[in-house]
Design a protein around this ligand. Sequence first.
Ligand SMILES: NC(=O)c1ccc[n+]([C@@H]2O[C@H](COP(=O)([O-])OP(=O)(O)OC[C@H]3O[C@@H](n4cnc5c(N)ncnc54)[C@H](O)[C@@H]3O)[C@@H](O)[C@H]2O)c1
Length: 381
Amino acid sequence: MKALVLGGDGFCGWPTVLRLANNGMEVCLVDNLSRRAIDNELGTASLTPIKSIQERVKVASKLFAPITFVRLDVAKDYAGLEKLIRDFGPDAIVQFAEQRAAPYSMIGDEQRRYTVDNNVTGTHNICSAIVNANRDIHLVHLGTMGVYGYTKAFGPIPEGYLDVTINSTGSDASILYPANPGSVYHMTKCLDQLLFQFYNKNWGLRVTDLHQGIVWGVDTVETKLDASLVNRFDYDGVYGTVLNRFISQAANGVPLTIYGTGGQTRAFININDTAECVKLAIENSDFEPDRVRIFNQVAETKRLSDLAEIISNQYGAEISYIENPRKELAENDLEVSNEGLVSLGFSPILLDETLVDDVHTIAAFCKGSFDRGAVLNSPKW
Ligand SMILES: NC(=O)c1ccc[n+]([C@@H]2O[C@H](COP(=O)([O-])OP(=O)(O)OC[C@H]3O[C@@H](n4cnc5c(N)ncnc54)[C@H](O)[C@@H]3O)[C@@H](O)[C@H]2O)c1
């Protein structure tokens, strides 16, 4: 099985590359290293000392199976992408290669345009290249729970499609869940969904869209095997995901920063499960592509104030409520189906003290790199 992993140098991509290679897949990792460049632009850095992509790939290739690295921009180098697909001949392509921070996409005009250009063009290039190469390649895309919005207007959140009855005809239909993005970044993921619907309808493109929850954790089974494989740990207000931010704040004696009331409920998944779910999606590529397959890649839902309480109780950290920089509902309930991946064998890792402590240990070990100035660097929108 050959897998082309686009965006394989990132927080989710790197552990997934290792998981696939560790399970006997031949992996080609593509990245334009833009995430590392954005760190320079923002004056931030991973809390963990991540190695160069060349060093990562060298060490991983010795431990698992040979991994090739290709530096390529999927949004800007269409010809290169199509050639790579023809030459490498993947069975599956995993699309992680997008600008993924909602706050970054809301900094200003330049970042809004960059996020739309990069994400939508990149994803469209991949669809188009698969069709042009005329191969039956399974495209696995990382979407986000944020495409649904966070209301219970249509009841518990199903997996991509909503069953409705049409008032005027009384007939039943299954429609793409109404998109309700909360940032330009989330909007690009909604646009990606329409690209997939069209490419699937017109060319029968085999697509799995994984609407992922907020990822937490740092290490995976594979990254722990060698210090050179360590995953990135974003803790700043732009790229840091909320639970990792809380844990790093607790480890550094900084109050846990809750935006608004903390009544927001969100879906979560551990980084080990990110890698596992993508592996499961690829291993189960043999489905009828009569429509885009959509799964919610989610382990559990948690209210942010409850999460902060858990971390605060575990480490005696203070909690600080600050004005919410984001335009979002102050409070919401959330109920999400994850039946699709569970039916493929996904057994979710749930939040527990030991796992939180693993992340805390890393954050404490990397204390010297913690920049207090990066904690509250989110733009307001
Ligand atoms: N991290 C999360 O909590 C989370 C939650 C839900 C969904 N996701 C999705 O998972 C995917 C990966 O997220 P992540 O946290 O690993 O992000 P990340 O920024 O750490 O990784 C993305 C990688 O893609 C690369 N990249 C971006 N644009 C590219 C391009 N045009 N060409 C080639 N490479 C490019 C970057 O250099 C980076 O290495 C994203 O699509 C994101 O939307 C992430």
